[in-house]
Design a protein around this ligand. Structure first.
Ligand code: PLP
Length: 357
């Protein structure tokens, strides 16, 4: 599929762009362009374009607005010291996007079109990639665009890629996060959409996240929906536990989102000879292991923040600290290893990097 490339007639001036890149934060500074591809049943994918970032015309009866048939992805472009630009495992995002589409009964976008769209946006908006520990966050997504109020899979879709300049997630190194154990809400059940990157999962997590904030915590951690005792993941990040025998544990796939950061950490740890178990782990065991000293560290991981150490866990049964509430060497070591690969400062033994420039 060939993209029709139409550079914007009104790019943001160099001066304004430089001002916006000083402290971009996350998800507020957008680039000049977007990629867009349309799907119509019977015709397939068509009208691939890279054009000025602009509003979508939204009919009020568009299916996505009523029945939430929507999926998304998140990945980053990193500026290397030599001025080139890296993507990290875009093929994994493309594959997961197809799996998400399948679960949500949406049209499946060929992985090559997904990757091409992402690369086109990085190419045309490369000036928006901040230097240093900043990056360009790419947000591919797909919405059901048929105008129809009947409940059925849409016959039309819009796939688009937008991009946002983001700063270092943590100024001055990752600060440990405090997490609230949700007892009132669950995130996913067997047979549901927990393993799918769909907007609806996030909508359903916001009440629990608000409860975490009411309890003075940064993030919520969800337990399984059946026994309500196995750790699943945070609202948007997977979780790892590091023990005194040097091993790592992370909850198994199934109802959790199969994170690419999670998968990469497992691979890097195993490369180093670390034993990594993908096994269920209960909140009671977590508390007991933190008390006995068997548990050394816990951390959350995802594309946006890479690795966030967990310093404190709070629930209705009380609080406990991990590693005295401080970031530990396992989390920080893995974080540095991963970030160095992403920015092209270290060898890439698994061929995860795609050089756009
Ligand atoms: C995206 C996401 C993650 C992290 O996935 P990465 O591929 O590592 O960015 C974890 N949990 C949820 C619920 C997510 O949506």
């Amino acid at each position: 599929m060939k993209f029709d490339i139409r550079p914007t007639a009104n790019p943001v001036s160099e001066k304004d762009r430089a001002a916006r890149l000083v402290d971009p934060g996350f998800g507020r500074v957008f680039t000049d362009h977007m990629a867009i591809v349309r799907y119509t049943q019977g015709k397939g994918w068509h009208d691939a374009r890279v054009e000025s970032r602009a509003n979508f015309p939204l009919d009020p009866a568009m299916a996505v607005l009523h029945y939430a048939q929507e999926i998304f992805e998140g990945l980053k472009a990193y500026r290397r010291d030599d001025g080139g630009v890296n993507l990290f495992r875009p093929d994994a995002n493309a594959r997961r996007f197809r799996q998400s589409a399948d679960r949500m009964a949406m049209a499946q976008l060929p992985e090559s079109v997904f990757i091409d769209a992402v690369e086109q946006v990085v190419r045309i908006d490369r000036a928006w990639i901040p230097g240093g520990e900043g990056s360009l966050y790419l947000r591919p997504f797909m919405i059901a665009s048929e105008v129809f109020l009947g409940v059925k899979p849409s016959s039309e879709y819009i796939f688009a890629v937008i991009a946002s300049s983001v700063g270092s997630y943590f100024k001055g190194g990752p600060a440990p996060v405090s997490i609230w154990v949700s007892e009132n809400y669950t995130r996913a059940a067997i047979g549901g959409t927990g393993a799918v990157k769909c907007g609806g999962n996030y909508a359903a997590s916001l009440r629990a996240q608000a409860e975490a904030i009411e309890h003075g915590c940064d993030q919520v951690v969800f337990l399984d929906a059946v026994e309500r005792r196995y750790i699943e993941e945070l609202g948007g990040m997977n979780v790892f536990f590091a023990f005194d025998d040097g091993s790592l544990l992370t909850p198994p796939l199934g109802t959790i989102l199969p994170g690419i950061t999670r998968d990469s950490i497992i691979a890097l740890a195993r490369d180093a000879g670390t034993r990594v178990r993908e096994e269920p782990y209960t909140i009671d065991q977590w508390r007991a292991d933190a008390a006995s000293g068997r548990l050394k560290e816990a951390f959350a991981c995802g594309t946006a923040a890479v690795i966030s150490p967990i310093g404190k866990v709070r629930s209705t049964s009380g609080d406990f600290l991990i590693n005295g509430g401080a970031a530990g060497p396992v989390a920080m070591g893995l974080r540095k290893q991963l970030v160095d690969i992403q920015y092209g400062r270290a060898a890439d033994p698994h061929n995860w990097i795609v050089k756009v420039f």
